[in-house]
Design a protein around this ligand. Structure first.
Ligand code: 13P
Length: 255
């Protein structure tokens, strides 16, 4: 299979105020023409429209970190997929482990959000990944299958899942923000399993869906991780908060 164009996505999480965020985005926009992969910035929702304006006219894409599944209504503090789109974003991260484990978000909730994102014309980045206890118990691949089964609307209640509207991010929970990563063999095994399971669910459409690795990716390990078959990019937390390290990872994706 020919490799898919890589996507390097920065998840800024709950970091950055207006001035720092704009400077970071400008530096990344300035460096974007030197890399051959797609670049995506996912700032906190307060900055989405500002960063979208900063990136406008450049190849840098902008996304949000979550959205609500309802179109509108009494959901204090939430934002809808249409609001994300209206703010200038074209992507949204859904089911991040910090929402699954910190806020009790379930596969079925993630699934309704994916449908909402697709209805608003957003590309959904659906995050999956095992906890350390699940890995230690040898359950990793089963957990990934179950999360894909539960989180992707594949039974007609949403738009067809394909590479134009969906990205999968494999983020082992224990590797996020810890400086620890699975071995290259473990990453290869997980990504091959995800590809095979997507094929089982979606048939041919599976081959165009990018599968990102996330969890302590940094310039020092990005080259090795991004060379693995079925690793079609990265979802970067800490190392996305500096233009130098984010662009260095993008450079590794291009090499
Ligand atoms: P770190 O790169 O900080 O480990 O975070 C990964 C992540 O959660 C991206 O969504």
């Amino acid at each position: 299979m020919a490799g898919l164009k890589k996507l390097i996505a920065g998840n800024w999480k709950m970091n950055m105020l207006h001035t720092d965020g704009a400077a970071l985005a400008r530096d990344i926009v300035d460096g974007a023409d030197k890399v051959g992969c797609d670049l995506l910035l996912c700032p906190p929702s307060t900055l989405v429209s500002w960063i979208a304006e900063t990136a406008s006219g450049s190849p840098v894409l902008v996304g949000a970190q979550d959205c609500h599944e309802a179109e509108s209504g009494a959901f204090t503090g939430d934002i809808s997929a249409a609001m994300v789109r209206d703010a200038g974003a074209s992507y949204v991260i859904l089911g991040h482990s910090e929402r699954r484990h910190g806020l009790g978000e379930t596969d079925s909730r993630v699934r309704t959000k994916v449908t909402a994102a697709h209805s608003a014309g957003l590309v959904a980045i659906v995050c999956i990944g095992e906890t350390e206890a699940q890995r230690d118990a040898g359950e990793t691949l089963d957990v990934l299958s179950a999360q894909l089964d539960g989180s992707l609307p594949t039974d007609g209640d949403g738009d067809a899942i394909n590479g134009a509207n969906t990205v999968i991010a494999y983020e082992p929970v224990w590797a996020i923000g810890t400086g620890r990563t699975p071995t290259l063999e473990e990453v290869a095994q997980a990504h091959a399993h995800i590809r095979a399971h997507l094929e089982h669910l979606l048939g041919e459409a599976a081959s165009d869906i990018r599968i990102l690795y996330g969890g302590s990716m940094k310039p020092e390990n990005a080259g090795d991780l991004l060379m693995i078959a079925n690793v079609d990019g990265g979802l970067i937390g800490g190392a996305s908060l500096s233009a130098d390290s984010f662009l260095a990872i993008a450079g590794a994706a291009t090499a």
